[in-house]
Design a protein around this ligand. Structure first.
Ligand code: ATP
Ligand code: MG
Length: 259
């Protein structure tokens, strides 16, 4: 088995008296898509916030390809290849969609404004940006101001910006939330495409069981902040706790399926 690309060891965060992530030790590997499930308030988003650096743990460590990144800032983690799709709060709303993505490509490659005076450098960056827009099916809106995009296209732009960062860890927290039924498949296809690159590690928080079944190589379950199950998708889906979360069947009415 390959070395973990990302690992949390005894990761814990407390808010006042509440332990939102409770001693979670888990390793993720390249070429693996792990879906994280659990009831509302289980700690899934908080686990992501700890890994991407938005929150500092009360205790425990985060290792990226063996390197301890626990004390890294969010931007240092992004530079190290941790990629998280974010709600678009740091966009340039008046700039066009393609210019926003071009700036992301530029920052990824550490290209400053001086170098950009070269027309060839500029064209190269714009071409790269257009490729990400093509992948996210945003070509037709490339020249609209970013702020003018409807909700579904904004969610796709989040993914285009993520692709521009060329991360090796992709974190998606309910990526199709609030999208229409015809838009959601585009995001899922994109995640499928990222998955083809076996060097990438993908973490996905997702509630929709059909999506989970279609994409997961592995499922982990968080409950009250703790890791309570981890394994093969069909085995984990059959567990009483998962049936309770998704089907509303009380665990004590489930029998025999525990792996
Ligand atoms: N910054 C914070 N300060 C205090 N409590 C917090 C903070 N962030 C999260 N929590 C609490 O931590 C717990 C876990 O929340 P989290 O958002 O991680 O759950 P979740 O599994 O993502 O839920 P959902 O499925 O609803 O998105 C909740 O009880 C939440 O209220
Ligand atoms: Mg959440």
């Amino acid at each position: 088995m390959s070395e973990p690309s990302l690992e949390t060891r005894n990761l814990t965060i407390r808010f006042g008296g509440h332990t939102a992530v409770d001693d979670v030790s888990c390793a993720f590997r390249p070429g693996e898509l792990t879906v994280i499930v659990g009831p509302n308030g289980a700690g899934k988003t908080t686990y992501f916030n700890l890994m991407s650096g938005q929150l500092r743990p009360s205790s425990g460590t985060i290792l990226k390809a063996g390197q301890d990144i626990t004390s890294f800032s969010p931007s240092a983690r992004a530079k190290a290849g941790m990629g998280r799709a974010f709600q678009l709060t740091n966009l340039f709303p008046k700039l066009s969609v393609v210019e926003n993505v071009r700036l992301a490509v530029q920052s990824r490659h550490g290209i400053g404004p001086r170098l950009l005076r070269k027309a060839s450098a500029f064209t190269g960056l714009t071409d790269a940006a257009m490729r990400h827009l093509d992948a996210t099916r945003l070509t037709s809106v490339a020249h609209l101001p970013a702020a003018a995009l409807p909700h579904g296209d904004q969610r796709k732009l989040e993914v285009a910006l993520l692709l521009a960062m060329e991360p090796d860890i992709f974190m998606f927290d309910e990526p199709t939330a609030g999208m229409s039924v015809d838009e959601a498949p585009v995001i899922l296809e994109l995640i499928e495409e990222i998955k083809q690159d076996r060097s990438k590690t993908i973490l996905l928080v997702e509630h929709k069981m059909d999506v989970v079944r279609a994409l997961a190589d592995r499922i982990i379950v968080l409950n009250n902040g703790a890791l309570v199950a981890d394994g093969d998708p069909e085995e984990v889906i059959a567990l009483p706790i998962v049936r309770e979360i998704y089907l509303g069947i009380p665990a004590d009415e489930n029998t025999g399926e525990a792996a």
